[in-house]
Design a protein around this ligand. Structure first.
Ligand code: F6R
Length: 261
């Protein structure tokens, strides 16, 4: 497990985008696992800039998003499809047919949709790099506390805390879904690499529990301690409750030296 502590959100985005770029450069047919929310916005803006500068092409890339709300249409501005189109897909050369979200309409059978999503990821060759944010309660994707640590793509009911945290994104009279289809924790753990990004003081205790706490279904992100290629890329505020920041910084500096030609 790698913990990279940098000054601010811009530095977090720069490193996260570099990690994704490296994977696509080494493997043009790469499969990306993507997240929505506030955390990845700067990373997506950085990737778009790299694409505009001809540093990267998404022509052969396939993407799978972590989650999607149930009960709102794909053209609804609150849907994660809309978010991804707006903040990434429409600004790069990824083929729309290569972008997947776990969409489950109200009358569809979630077990079937979940199984198909898992199969599609498998058929694509598995996820090469999964980008994650983290909920204040430790959720990854919409795997809320007490989610099975080996769960697969399925429906989850959001906690009151998550609904309240996300209420900022909805107008007061707008319908806010409380159900979502999400990749499972087992699905995320199957990714070849994981990059979790977090910024700001609000994420500090979730980050502390994920990195230095015990592994527990009560704090889903803590399971990443079991993943061989996980990087937490966080700013100073998100790192503010960690006990071993000095050591993490030293490791990163040593690692940079090893990578020098
Ligand atoms: C989004 C997702 C969530 C978010 C998390 C943090 O697709 O799966 O786990 O990453 O809720 O959200 P932000 O980044 O808005 O703080």
């Amino acid at each position: 497990m790698e913990v990279v502590v940098v000054d601010d959100a811009n530095a977090v985005a720069k490193i996260a985008a570099e990690r994704i770029t490296r994977v696509i450069t080494e493997k043009p047919y790469a499969v990306l696992g993507l997240a929505t929310g506030s955390s990845p916005l700067l990373t997506y803006a950085t990737l778009i800039e790299k694409y505009r500068q001809n540093e990267i092409s998404f022509e052969h890339v396939t993407s799978f998003n972590l989650d999607e709300y149930i009960g709102i249409a794909q053209n609804n501005p609150q849907s994660y499809r809309y978010f991804m189109d707006k903040h990434l897909f429409s600004n790069i050369n990824i083929l729309p047919e290569n972008t997947y979200l776990p969409v489950c309409k109200v009358k569809e059978r979630p077990e079937q949709i979940g199984a198909c999503y898992e199969k599609a990821i498998e058929n694509a060759g598995g996820i090469d790099i999964q980008l994650l944010g983290i909920g204040a309660n430790g959720h990854i994707g919409f795997n809320e506390p007490v989610s099975s640590l080996s769960s697969r793509t399925r429906v989850k009911t959001l906690t009151e805390q998550t609904i309240n945290d996300n209420a900022r994104l909805f107008a007061y009279d707008e319908y806010q879904p409380h159900l979502a289809m999400t990749m499972g924790i087992g699905t995320i753990m199957d990714s070849k690499r994981v990059v979790l990004i977090a910024t700001g003081k609000k994420k500090a205790s979730a980050i502390k529990a994920a990195i230095e706490g015990p592994i527990s279904a009560m704090h889903p992100a803590s399971v990443l301690q079991m993943h061989q290629h996980t990087s937490f890329i966080i700013d100073e505020s998100a790192a503010s409750e960690l006990a071993h920041v000095k050591y993490y910084k030293w490791c990163f500096a040593e690692d940079q030296k090893l990578k020098k030609p």
